[in-house]
Design a protein around this ligand. Structure first.
Ligand code: APR
Length: 243
């Protein structure tokens, strides 16, 4: 029995599988992750400072002009095999909840709905008055040099993503509950280096990892599958459906 078979057996025996994904599940859609050597976004340290609430409020011109091309790249990408398999597993009742750190909406576009986007998403932008607009409406305003982009009430709009310096959204509290309820947490494409999401694997009764490179949690995992998420999840799906 190889490690893929071992994970297939764990998934067949589990009653409540929860999945946690990171940027590594979207690299096969052409998006950079954050920490892979050379390709990772954080090679450019200034991005962390840029994608912060501090910059958004104190220097909206720099925030929107610098981040817009990156945010638009994220909205143009398409789901890949990994996103599609995970959506199929939810449809079949195999995966109960999908927690993602990604803001690219690719799980949503692939059809996942039991979805907790704990770092936010790029479908909407909001105002302190409670109004919600589409992210494309915000982009159109910025393109017309309306910076900061403004709500009909006059206040500034902001993308519904968690920036450095923001509190975690309510969905993170739900994510903790789901991990505690799970009997198997499957982590796909995350270096597990960013708190508080990085604490979730410690709350799981059993955990398995699918990742291209070693992670800090490999030692606690029952199974670690080293490789690309699209290929591995497709292979797992084949073996699960072969029975
Ligand atoms: N298949 C499997 N794993 C992959 C693939 C792939 N095709 N491509 C990359 N990976 C792995 C990388 O080896 C890396 O370990 O995915 C992991 C991605 O880790 P990070 O780049 O750190 O991304 P992530 O864990 O999602 O970062 C968490 O950090 O900056 C914040 O808010 C940002 O949500 C992000 C958070």
């Amino acid at each position: 029995m190889d490690d893929v078979d071992r994970l297939v057996e764990l998934m067949k025996e589990a009653d409540y599988i929860v999945v946690l994904t990171g940027a590594g599940v979207s690299t096969e859609s052409g998006l950079p992750d954050f920490r892979s050597p050379t390709s990772g976004l954080w090679q450019d340290e200034s991005l962390m400072e840029l994608l912060s609430t501090e910059t958004l409020t104190s220097d909206p011109k720099r925030f929107f002009e610098r981040t817009l091309p990156l945010l638009e790249l994220l909205t143009e990408a398409q789901p890949n095999a990994a996103h599609r398999v995970l959506a199929r597993w939810e449809e079949r009742g195999l995966v109960k909840t999908l927690i993602t750190q990604n803001i690219d909406s690719l799980h949503y576009e692939a059809g996942s709905r039991q979805l907790l986007e704990v770092h936010g998403q790029l479908r909407t932008a909001s105002c302190s008055c409670g109004a919600l607009v589409s992210f494309s409406q915000l982009v159109a305003k910025v393109r017309k040099k309306e910076i900061p982009p403004r709500c009909a009430c006059g206040a500034a709009l902001r993308p519904d993503v968690v920036l450095f310096g923001d509190p975690m959204p309510a969905s993170f509290g739900q994510a903790i509950g789901e991990v505690e309820r799970s009997d198997l947490l499957l982590v796909v494409g995350s270096s597990l280096q960013v708190a508080p999401v990085a604490y979730l694997p410690n709350m799981a009764r059993a955990m398995a990892i699918v990742n291209l490179t070693p992670t800090v949690a490999d030692g606690e995992a029952k199974v670690v599958l080293r490789g690309r998420a699209g290929e591995i999840l497709s292979e797992l799906d084949d073996r699960l459906t072969r029975g």
